[in-house]
Structure formats: structure tokens, C-alpha cells
Design a protein around this ligand. Sequence first.
Ligand code: ADP
Length: 160
Amino acid sequence: MRKAVYPGSFDPFTNGHLDIVKRAARIFDSVTVLVASNNNKSHLFSVDERVNMIKESICDIPNVTVDSTSALIVDYLSSHNSFFIIRGLRNSVDFEYEYTLENNNLFLDSAIETVYLTSRKENIFLSSSAVREYMSYGVDCSALVPPPVLERLKAKFEKK
Ligand code: ADP
């Protein structure tokens, strides 16, 4: 059974992330979207909020699950018998960053294979940070994030 893990911050989960998940789910037997808690970064949503939003956004894809970890991604993979990391690529800037990350992961565990899926053209300029910024200016983000995420974003920014 080929199990893949799609790790990220997902703060918040966007339609770009969702597209990568759907396509990875066609390639692998199972895909886990893994919310990685990075304590060095401040986040808009807590890990639990992000996990719940992603669960609701992927509920119609049978072979996808959602989890979180504060451990090293390679340690999460080895404890779940997986060797494949999924990452998305939008442009050459992503490539530079991802290739460095891939090689750091290989240094930690040489059995890990990172599989890249390139962004569909409608998602190339979409990022979690752009969504956060748009929301702070009251821009309609309904075309950019799944409905469960939009609902939480609206609630979060109404409170601010
Ligand atoms: P990070 O894990 O670096 O904090 P994110 O959580 O935003 O970043 O993204 C997780 C993964 O999804 C990364 O590989 C990132 O390049 C990819 N990704 C982010 N946005 C998109 C998008 N619009 N289309 C395709 N891939 C994306």
C-alpha cells in the first residue's frame, strides 16, 4: 500500500492545497494531510482549527485523512510506514525552497521520496498569506478557499 503524507502549515487551507490533495489521492492509495505545528511561526488558526477545517474540506475524498504533528516530518513518516512526501510547486521560488527542504529531509532519512505536483494555472498566484491579507481588507475570498475555511475566516476577521 502506497501511503503519502502532504505536510504544510495550511494557515489556512486553500483551493490550491485542495487541488494538490485531490490529485495526490488519485496517485496514492492513501494521503494524509499533515498540519505541521511550527512553534517558531505565529499562526492565524490553531492546529486544531486547521485540522477541523481541512477535515470538513476533504470529507468527500475517501482515501484522504488529516492529522497533525509537532515532530519532525520524517519521524512522522517512519512511524506511519510512509516514504512519500507530497509538495506543491507554483514557481521557481517554490522550487528553490522545496529542493532545499527535500535535501534536508534526505539528510535525516535517505529513504524518503518527495513527489512534486505542479500548481494548476488558476492556483499559481494563490497562497495562504494572500488569503490572510485579502481577508484583512474585507476582500471576498469565496473563490480561493473551500466553504468550511471561508466560514472560519469570516468568523475570525469579524472578531478582529
Ligand atoms: P509551508 O508548508 O511551506 O508552510 P503551505 O502550508 O502554504 O506552506 O503549503 C504546503 C505545500 O503546498 C507547499 O509545498 C506549497 O508549495 C504548496 N502550495 C501552497 N499553495 C499552493 C498552490 N496555490 N498551488 C499548489 N501548491 C501550493
